[in-house]
Design a protein around this ligand. Sequence first.
Ligand SMILES: [Zn+2]
Length: 76
Amino acid sequence: MSSQIHTQRMPGLQCPRCNNFIPTSIHELLAANYLRCPLCGLQLNIDRQQSEKALKALAKVELAQKQVDEKSTFKR
Ligand SMILES: [Zn+2]
């Protein structure tokens, strides 16, 4: 079973068992091998090969957010 990784708005996965949306950080998605649904406890393995595109997109989003943060930090 494959899980869709949402790249819009809040990053996260939808639990295939209870349909609960599991919010996660981009860092967690990139670093972790699995996520656990807080509602039903289902363990979701992250298929890196299948999710590579989405993970790369998320990494891009993270990079863009970092650049925005830096810009706003240096704004005087
Ligand atoms: Zn669940």
